[in-house]
Design a protein around this ligand. Sequence first.
Ligand SMILES: CCCCCCCCCCCCCCCCCC(=O)SCCNC(=O)CCNC(=O)[C@H](O)C(C)(C)COP(=O)(O)OP(=O)(O)OC[C@H]1O[C@@H](n2cnc3c(N)ncnc32)[C@H](O)[C@@H]1OP(=O)(O)O
Ligand SMILES: Cc1cc2nc3c(=O)[nH]c(=O)nc-3n(C[C@H](O)[C@H](O)[C@H](O)COP(=O)(O)OP(=O)(O)OC[C@H]3O[C@@H](n4cnc5c(N)ncnc54)[C@H](O)[C@@H]3O)c2cc1C
Length: 655
Amino acid sequence: MASKVRVNQDLQRERDRANFNLEQLTYIFDGSREYTQKRRYLEKRIAEDPELKGGPNYYFLSNSEKYANGVRKATLLAKKLKEYKLGDFTDAFLLRSIIFPNEASPMSLQIDMFIPGIMGLGTEEQQRRWGEKAMAYEIIGTYAQTELGHGTHLRGLETTATYDPTTHEFVLHSPTLTSIKWWPGGLGKTTNHAIVMAMLYTRGKCHGLHAFMVQTRDLETHEPLPGVEVGDIGPKMGYHTVDNGYLRLDHLHIPRMNMLMKNSQVLEDGTYVRKKSDKLSYGTMLFVRSTIVKGVATNALAQAATIAVRYSAVRRQSELKPGGVEPQVLDYVTQQYKLFPVISQAYAFSAVGLHLRNLYLRLNYDIQQGNVELLAEIHSLTCGLKAFSTDQMMWSVEICRLSCGGHGFSQASGLPKIYDVHVPACTYEGENTVLYLQCGRSLVKALLQAQKGVTLSGSMAYLSQVCDDKCSVTSQVTVDALLKSYEWRARRAVHKAARMYKGRLQAGEADYNAWNQTGVHLVLAAKAHCHKYVLKTFAESIQQAEAGADVVRVLQQLCLLYATHGVTTNSGQFLECGFMDTRQLELVNDHMLRLLTDIRPNAVALVDAFDFTDDKLCSVLGRYDGQVYENLYKWARQSSRNETQVRIFTTVTPQ
Ligand SMILES: CCCCCCCCCCCCCCCCCC(=O)SCCNC(=O)CCNC(=O)[C@H](O)C(C)(C)COP(=O)(O)OP(=O)(O)OC[C@H]1O[C@@H](n2cnc3c(N)ncnc32)[C@H](O)[C@@H]1OP(=O)(O)O
Ligand SMILES: Cc1cc2nc3c(=O)[nH]c(=O)nc-3n(C[C@H](O)[C@H](O)[C@H](O)COP(=O)(O)OP(=O)(O)OC[C@H]3O[C@@H](n4cnc5c(N)ncnc54)[C@H](O)[C@@H]3O)c2cc1C
């Protein structure tokens, strides 16, 4: 069998007939030309780096070997950051994503939450004291908030930090079984520090959740320190490279200045000094939620789409024209209907993720100036969008896997790995339903304010505006007309939830119960609001795009596909109250099907423009050269089960 590198002819034909400037689209997807150039430069360096190239085949390692290999690569990541002189935070994210292709690093919390926590919650002196060491990987940390008994309900956390004014120390303690910290990434074995979130007690009073710097292990021996019990929580559904851990503290004494005191302080005598908003302690979560849309959801969608579309161009199956050659499965319209919306989601969420990064920077600047006005709105928006993007990602990755038939079920497809490592994002950093409820509640509260005459601004302004009560879609299906429909749908969903909530209150129900009973509608309202927000942001990003007419054209096709597909898959809500009639729905549906045909010639180029290397995709089905079959065969032969023909090489003793 030939092993010479050559591109599969079907795939090559697809590339030859693309009719837009692929390079320009890559810059748009990445956010800028400079970012693309830097990424490619680092990808090349890593691919050529003798310490990193090659390495074991991830798919054939046991869970323990995956962790050990993860630690090896995490250590090399720290080394390469210094060697390549990359100090910037974005560079650290970038280099990590190259060294850990669809794998979580056992030290990932270092840059996801530990350093952001120090910088966001620590004083300048504390930032110098721990931030610099953490950036240099002299200390390795995690973010320990969730407990065995509570993850969502932060006011229910039980770990205590009690200030003792006689020794100027805090005593950190896990008073119950359910107060044991549980889940933090890298806590079990890898890290030696943690930002521990605990209930602060001083002068006999509890002041709620605050952040404390805790050293968990000796820096020389790596043994747990006295008063600290740490361990790994055991195997999970995925995430095998990470030692998610537990932590039990037994009256551990730490200096007063180990409380992260940027936003509120405990003075030497035990006096508590309040912060501007008690939600500032939650700042690290807000930051991470804002990065998940691009860093996790978009990434996973784009990679899954690349694998499934390339494979669908290579895979030939069944008979389309009686007696004709077997067609590429990408020519079946049902396959296009599965995959092209996923491509459109990836481009849409990319635009939203880049936009959220800017919003977060603005919020951060305001907070530095002592202004917390934007905090509540951006909290609501990041909650909603984190949930909405990861939800869609979860379904779409699964659709991509199913679209690859039997081979999609093999690890060789790379799709289970994408699912394994990215789908936990629906749960971590705030369980999605819980986050939708935060968003939905804030929308209802804003509407109730508007009904009292308050003028709404920002992302919620549309709630108080008057709008048409009939859909304006004609045979000319446009993004503008659909955007108005999405706005109508979201406004109606929020009004409906508000009416329900108020109705229950008027019927004499307790406030808490009225909220709970409205929950399903709050979630629907939050989803409708986020869907509209994504479409609007995507459409606006295209208007602002620095690109030629050909690139704008394909982006507009994708945007319209995103919009029409969203209407057809949520048609009930658009038909409510006769806003859209069935004829209009049919027009939208027909237009969506026409778009599949329009997009078909560019399908492979649209996923090529995501510009993933083969090293990043780790997928036999998604290889750039499309040589799927000979490599599936090679891949299977690497399985250790093939080392012997008869003997079973591992024996299992029943317990
Ligand atoms: C280009 C760059 C590329 C970068 C690539 C990057 C790649 C990224 C990779 C990321 C990987 C990340 C790995 C992370 C691993 C997981 C880490 C974790 O899970 S760690 C663990 C994560 N754990 C979780 O996420 C826990 C989830 N739970 C929670 O966050 C909270 O319990 C809660 C928000 C649900 C409620 O909080 P509670 O205190 O009970 O509040 P109430 O309900 O009583 O509401 C009171 C009022 O406060 C309001 N408000 C609330 N929060 C905020 C805020 N932040 N602000 C402002 N306001 C806020 C609320 O709306 C309400 O308003 P109103 O109604 O009165 O007007
Ligand atoms: C891979 C992974 C990595 C993690 N890493 C970290 C880490 O580094 N640090 C850390 O501190 N934590 C970490 N976590 C923990 C994570 O943040 C929590 O699991 C998450 O916040 C969800 O909380 P929970 O487990 O308490 O879920 P629960 O809240 O118990 O959710 C169970 C169910 O109850 C529902 N529910 C709960 N509350 C409400 C409500 N108020 N209204 C309606 N429904 C509700 C939920 O929707 C869900 O269906 C990680 C988790 C995972 C899976």
